[in-house]
Design a protein around this ligand. Structure first.
Ligand code: NDP
Length: 485
């Protein structure tokens, strides 16, 4: 057990400060449904202060030798690792996710993000084009200026750092906003920034609501690039403001990902991973495979085994060692998920297991728990199969042919990720090529190499994060041409 701060404040110009309004709102622990801290209710004026600090810091930070920026980022990574248990505890309390998941995935990946971009900047290079004896061009990568980074609540520190680390490595200064629903580890990152000796104003973190703080970041004329991860609807609002201002935009949005299972798959590996890809983090990972398509030959066997394994998943308090499914992030989100289960019933779906809120013993009896839920019998075009639910709810649907499953998989407006299970290598590639997804996994799931492009097609986003692509995003190319004649 650790003691967590009771007041989440802003980090502006190297200092932890109160919001100008002095107003705060409740921060709820989803495992108990009770307030456990308060969050700065910042607004436009705080974003202005943060942006001015970032503008001041930019000339020095952007011209610092890469080696120096590497050292700062490595120091932050080391501090995250040193505080691993504390940060994992904070993430679990703030978000409702099982503590052991936060320890295994969220926090290690947050320090990995800093380490990866600390080293990436040392290997980042410019291109040159030489015209024999006539001219010589080199393309200079110039940090774009102040970057705005806005992240969601499902993988709070992990996704926050996935934006901040490349922005800082590239030489940008940052005004960042975590989700107001899960601000705790972002606040703890401010303390780490101070401990790491990050120069004043290089990283600024402003807490508060999306429509106030988020919108002010998007609208600020001096913030040149916006890196956003969140829902597709919010992405549209952001694009409508930022695009006419000619800001650079990276949008990582929602998903409704297919998990395609052929009869010739490695069955044991598939079923174990499918439990993960369906219910990890209570199904609140943008990459979860919520539409499961199973070749008819093995449909009944799969259904029986999958339901049995899902029923045995332990729903419980996130801090308990044996908990596999924790709380969903908020009451509002819980009600949204439950309303989709009701919709599935109206659409003539059959609930094979789960389907209800789960009430635990005190002190967790007001927490936001939902039984992992499997639904069958729905047409692939119905709303349950088309809209993002973002909870521990999956549908299962049989298919007969490759063509049929590709049509069903591609029928949604989203195109983030897909998983294919087959031992037939030719078919695996053939199907992968026809799927409208930015990321396709064959016989695996959530297998990430930080060097690869990450992002979605269609309504799942615009642009790619990861590897040098993120460094490119936070830089602008300037071509310089020298006459050699
Ligand atoms: P939201 O879109 O509701 O919020 C994301 C962030 O944007 C939050 O910090 C939010 O603040 C802020 N925000 C809200 N309104 C505005 C605005 N007008 N201007 C600027 N910022 C704003 O998403 P959720 O937090 O609900 O996250 C879940 C969504 O994120 C799902 O759709 C999921 O698929 C997607 N996601 C996508 C990923 C990807 O890589 N493609 C990865 C992870 C999640 P506040 O919380 O205060 O509203």
């Amino acid at each position: 057990m650790f003691e967590l701060p009771s007041k989440i404040k802003n980090y502006i110009n190297g200092e932890i400060v109160e919001p100008i309004s002095k107003n705060y709102f409740s921060n709820i622990n989803p495992s108990t449904g009770q307030e456990y801290s308060v969050v700065a209710d910042s607004d436009k004026a705080d974003v202005e202060l943060a942006t001015q600090a970032a503008i001041q810091a930019f000339p020095e930070w952007s011209t610092l030798p890469h080696q120096k920026r590497f050292e700062y980022l490595m120091k932050i990574a080391e501090l995250i690792d040193k505080k691993m248990d504390y940060l994992a505890y904070a993430e679990s309390i703030d978000n409702g996710k099982p503590l052991k998941l936060a320890k295994r995935v969220d926090i290690p990946r947050a320090s990995a993000n800093f380490r990866f971009y600390a080293t990436a900047i040392l290997h980042y290079y410019s291109q040159a084009h030489i015209n024999e004896r006539t001219s010589f061009n080199y393309t200079f990568k110039q940090p774009i200026g102040v970057a705005g980074c806005i992240s969601p609540w499902n993988l709070p520190l992990y996704l926050f750092t996935w934006k901040i680390a490349p922005a800082l490595a590239a030489g940008c200064t940052v005004v960042a906003k975590p989700s107001e629903i899960t601000p705790m580890t972002a606040y703890l990152l401010s303390e780490i920034g101070i401990e790491a000796g990050l120069p004043k104003g290089v990283l600024n973190i402003v807490h508060g609501y999306g429509h106030k703080v988020g919108q002010s970041i998007i609208e600020h004329p001096k913030i040149k690039a916006i890196s956003f991860t969140g829902g597709t609807k919010t992405g549209k609002t952001i694009a409508s403001t930022a695009a006419p201002m000619f800001k650079k935009l990276s949008l990582e949005l929602g998903g409704k990902n297919p998990n395609i299972i052929f009869a010739d798959c490695n069955y044991d590996k598939m079923i174990k991973t499918t439990i993960q890809s369906s219910f990890a983090n209570q199904g609140q990972i943008c990459l979860c495979g919520s539409r499961i398509f199973v070749e008819r030959k093995i449909y009944d066997k799969f259904k029986n085994d999958f339901v049995e394994k899902t029923r045995s998943l332990k729903v419980g308090p996130p801090l308990n060692e044996d908990t596999q499914i924790g709380a969903v992030v908020s009451e509002q989100h819980m009600n949204k998920i439950l309303s989709y289960i009701e919709l599935a019933k109206q659409e003539d779906g059959t609930i094979l297991c789960g389907g209800n809120r789960k009430i635990l013993d005190t002190p967790y009896n007001s927490g936001f728990y939902i039984e992992p839920t499997i639904i069958e019998g729905l047409h692939y075009t119905c709303r349950t199969n088309q809209e993002e639910i973002f909870g521990p709810v999956v549908t299962i649907t049989p298919f007969d042919t490759e063509e049929e499953v590709i049509t069903m998989a591609n029928s949604v407006e989203y195109g983030l990720s897909a998983t294919i299970w087959t031992e037939n290598l030719t078919r695996a590639h053939r199907v992968a090529h026809q799927l409208e997804s930015g990321i396709v996994w064959i016989n695996t799931w959530l297998n990430r190499d930080l060097r690869t492009p990450f992002g979605g097609m269609k309504a799942s986003g615009v642009g790619r994060e990861g590897g040098f692509k993120a460094l490119d995003f936070f830089n602008e190319d300037k071509n310089i041409c020298v006459d050699l004649s």
